[in-house]
Design a protein around this ligand. Structure first.
Ligand code: NDP
Length: 247
C-alpha cells in the first residue's frame, strides 16, 4: 500500500533538478513535480526526449521548465560547477535534487565484467552523483529546506549474483546518502534514498526480458514517495532509504 500523501500545491515555489528526466521514472517524476507547482530543471542526454517532457509540462499549464543537455558519462567537475553557477544566476537557489539517471550495464558473472563497463556504469551511477552533489551543495544551502534524493535498488541493499557493477554502484549510493545525511544533520539540507522496486520502464525490460510488463507497477504508481520526499512534509526525514512500493 502506498501511504505517502501530499497536498495539491506541495511543491509550489520549489526549484527541483531531475537527472534522467527524459524517460522512465525521471520523466514521470518531472511531470508530477511540475503538476504540484515546482519549477523543474530537466537534465538528460537525449535532447528530443527532454523537449517532449518540456512541451508536456507547458501544455499541462505547469511553470516553464529549464533543459540541461548533459551526458553524465562524459561530464567533468567543471560541467557541474557551470551547472551550479547557472542555477544560482537563473533561480537563486535549488530546493530539490533527484539523482535518478542510471545505467544497468549487463548482468553477468563478476569475473566477466569488462573494466570499461565497470568504469562507465560507475561514472554514470556513482561518480556523477558525487561530483554533482559536491558542486550543488552551495546552491542547495540557499534554500530554506532542501531535499536531495538518490535512487537505490533492492540489489543495493542485499548482494545478488550477476548484478555486477550496477548493484555495487547502488550499495555505494546508499553509503554516500548515509554519510551526507550524517554530515549535514541539523542543517537545512536532508539526504534520502528511494528504492523504486520493480517498475515498468526500459531498464526493467532490459534486466527481465521475459517478464510481462503489464504485471508491474508503472512510474506513475510509485510517485507518492517521490512527492513526499521533495515536499516540506518530509523535512524531518533524513538518512532514510524508503521503498516506493512498501510491502
Ligand atoms: P530508464 O532506463 O527507463 O531511464 C533512465 C534515464 O536516465 C533515461 O532518461 C536516460 O536517458 C537517463 N540516462 C542514462 N544514462 C545517462 C547519461 N549518461 N547521462 C544522462 N542521462 C542518462 O530507467 P528507470 O526509469 O527504470 O530508472 C530510474 C532509476 O530507478 C535508476 O536509478 C534505476 O537504477 C532505478 N531503479 C529502477 C527500477 C525499475 O524497476 N525500473 C528498480 C530499481 C531501481 P536516455 O533516455 O537518453 O537514455
Amino acid at each position: 500500500m502506498l501511504s505517502y500523501q501530499v497536498t495539491e500545491n506541495a511543491l509550489q515555489n520549489k526549484v527541483i533538478l531531475i537527472t534522467g528526466a527524459g524517460d522512465g521514472i525521471g520523466k514521470t517524476a518531472a511531470l508530477n513535480f511540475a503538476r504540484k507547482g515546482a519549477e523543474v530543471i530537466l537534465l538528460g542526454r537525449t535532447v528530443e526526449k527532454l523537449e517532449k517532457v518540456y512541451d508536456q509540462i507547458v501544455s499541462d499549464g505547469g511553470k516553464e521548465p529549464a533543459i540541461v543537455p548533459l551526458d553524465l558519462n562524459g561530464a567533468t567537475a567543471s560541467h557541474y560547477q557551470q551547472l551550479a553557477q547557472t542555477i544560482r544566476e537563473q533561480f537563486g537557489r535549488l530546493d530539490g535534487l533527484l539523482h535518478n539517471a542510471s545505467v544497468l550495464g549487463h548482468l553477468r558473472p563478476f569475473v566477466q565484467i569488462p573494466e570499461q563497463e565497470w568504469q562507465q556504469v560507475m561514472q554514470v551511477n556513482l561518480n556523477s552523483v558525487f561530483l554533482m552533489t559536491q558542486a550543488l551543495i552551495p546552491v542547495l544551502k540557499l534554500s530554506e529546506t532542501a531535499s536531495v534524493v538518490m535512487t537505490s535498488s533492492g540489489v543495493g541493499r542485499q548482494g545478488r549474483a550477476y548484478w555486477g557493477t550496477y548493484a555495487i554502484s547502488k550499495f555505494a549510493t546508499e553509503g554516500m546518502m548515509q554519510l551526507l545525511a550524517d554530515e549535514y544533520s541539523g542543517s537545512s539540507i536532508r539526504f534520502n534514498c528511494i528504492n523504486p522496486g520493480a517498475t515498468r520502464t526500459s531498464m526493467r525490460a532490459k534486466a527481465y526480458p521475459g517478464e510481462d510488463p503489464n504485471q508491474l507497477k508503472t512510474p506513475e504508481d510509485i510517485m507518492p514517495v517521490y512527492l513526499y520526499l521533495m515536499s516540506d512534509e518530509s523535512k524531518e526525514v533524513n538518512g532514510q532509504s524508503l521503498d516506493a512500493q512498501p510491502k
